[in-house]
Ligand binder design. Structure first.
Ligand code: AR6
Length: 229
């Protein structure tokens, strides 16, 4: 009898392990939409997470790049690793034609091996306290990305939390700018009908949810639908 205990416990551990793996897989395949911002014209903004943007199946995913467009860490590194060398090759061609990409601007490339059709590379502002035009530059990243997706007849695109990692932008300040500038650009887009904020961690996710709720109190442009409402 005594000898059976470890066996039972091992089976239990194995079952638990399988359960954990299944939960992880489910999370990976179907990232949760926590909030939908529903616009009068049928367009939507979704707030999603915790999730990995490289798994998105939208028309384009947005890369928080640097001006060299030669790759880096964070979401930039993840996108180049998952998408493969075709993305970097096209970035190099672009830089050889137009030079370094200024903050607030955006360019578009292939998505290589990714499920999304294209990658839009934009350069967010490095946060230096907030008095160096950071808000305007961050807004421009979002507007330019939507405009470029629209120019390429894409119906949807996914954003990470641009500038809030290595570039140091406080997420509580960045989130309202990201959402309101995206909403403005989405309103005038011809082809883009859906934008998703795909957020890597819970703190960033919550900051975006709070920002959306606050914005909804001061605009009639959209109404909010929560996942559990
Ligand atoms: N999916 C979604 N979001 C992610 C992922 C992912 N796979 N990986 C990280 N994030 P950062 P920045 C989140 O540093 O602040 C690079 O080296 C991350 O948790 O990637 O604009 C570039 O080459 C954070 O919330 O971008 C530049 O040099 C957000 O993405 C510089 O970093 C942005 O973090 C750009 O810095």
């Amino acid at each position: 009898m005594k000898e059976q205990c470890p066996v039972v416990s091992t089976q239990y551990d194995a079952a638990e392990e399988v359960g954990r793996e299944l939960r992880t897989l489910t999370r990976r395949c179907v990232p949760t939409v926590h909030m939908r911002l529903l616009f009068g014209n049928g367009k939507t903004i979704e707030i999603v997470g915790p999730a990995n943007i490289v798994e998105e199946t939208t028309g384009a995913i947005v890369n928080a790049a640097n001006s060299s467009l030669f790759g880096g860490g964070g979401v930039d590194g993840a996108i180049h690793r998952a998408g493969g060398p075709a993305i970097l090759a096209e970035c190099r061609q672009i830089v050889s034609k137009i030079g370094r990409l200024h903050a607030g601007k955006a360019v578009i490339t292939t998505a290589g091996r990714l499920a999304a059709r294209r990658v839009i590379h934009t350069v967010g502002p490095v946060y230096r306290g907030g008095n160096y035009g950071e808000a305007e530059t961050l807004g421009s990243c979002h507007r330019e990305s939507v405009r470029l997706a629209d120019e390429h007849s894409l119906g949807s695109l996914s954003f990470p939390a641009i500038s809030t990692g290595a570039y140091g932008y406080p997420v509580s300040d960045a989130a309202p700018i990201a959402i309101s500038s995206t909403a403005d650009a989405l309103a005038s887009a011809q082809h883009v009908t859906k934008c998703r904020f795909v957020l890597f961690d819970v703190a960033t996710l919550r900051a975006y949810e709070r920002a959306a709720e606050k914005l909804s109190n001061s605009t009639s442009l959209f109404r909010i639908e929560k996942a559990n409402s």
